[in-house]
Structures are given as structure tokens and as C-alpha cells.
Design a protein around this ligand. Sequence first.
Ligand code: FES
Length: 184
Amino acid sequence: MQEDKTDSNGISSLNSVYAKINGSKALGSESQNYPLTQPKLSAPTIMANNVQSLGLNQIKRHIFLCADQTKPKCCSKQASLESWNYLKRRLKELKLDKKNSYGSSLIFRTKANCLRVCADGPIMVIYPDGVWYRQAKPSVIERIIQEHLIGNKVVEEYAITIHPLPETAHSVAKDLEKKNLSSG
Ligand code: FES
């Protein structure tokens, strides 16, 4: 089989592959050019797709973890990243990052640069419960996942404070939801 001729960017090779998949001639051969990229989607389409694929309208809890800080204060950057990677991996393994059949999902996670507590970290907060945790290293995160996220019981040993979001926030959100539904 003949090798594709490839320039320094590998462009010819990509074109050949594209052409083979489509049963056509490669870019640069006599007659036809083929686009290498998908047609551009509009911003509203991209947003709508992402809202759908991320399940933003089904989120039950949102976790913020202080990680990958610009100025690491509550713990080292490396320790924070270990925690972040552990959290991501375990949520995925347990399918808690997706809507599931046993009703405890969907849990969203966000890496925060600094949650302003800046001691005894990594610091983590879970909303809407409003539970702030200290020392959120992997072993503690595992307990938080099992006991809090799945068992609905705060891991008191590591909780700094508990402050669920005020009722007013819920009623504002409900009003907005009603307005959106009636106008849509
Ligand atoms: S650096 Fe972690 S909370 Fe500020």
C-alpha cells in the first residue's frame, strides 16, 4: 500500500484519510477540495446542545472544590489537583455525574480557584445543601460521596459550617421558572 505524502503539519495525510472515508480524491489531487472541519454551529445552538448534554436542567447538587489555585493557600496545588482528579473520577465511576435511575443524581462539579477560606484545605462546598468541608483529600472525598451524596448524611467530622441557600433564592428561582414556562 502506498504511503500518503505528508507535509510538516500532516495536512496531506489528513486529506487523504478524509478522501478515503468518503470514497473520493484527496485535497490537492486534480479536481476537488474537501473541507476538514464541520460546519460552524451558532453560539445559541452550541449552548442548547451543551445544556442538553450536560444535563444542566437536571442538576441536584453542585460541588465546588478549591483546586489548581493561582495562589495555593489552603493546601498545595498538587494536593488540590489530586483531590480534583479523584472527585471527577469517582463521580464518573459511580455514574453520579449523569441522571440515573436511583434518583440521587445529577451532581455537577466545578474547580474553583479559591473559595476564600484559605486554610485546612482542600476546601469544598456542596450546594444547595450549603455544607462546607475542610481537608477534602481523596479519602475524605470518598466518605463525602458515600455518606453525604449517596447517604444524605453530612460528614460532620470534616464540616466547617452548614448554610443551605436561603428560601428566597428558591422562590426567586421558582418564579423565574414559571415565567420561562409561561412565555415559552
Ligand atoms: S486557596 Fe483554597 S480556599 Fe483559598
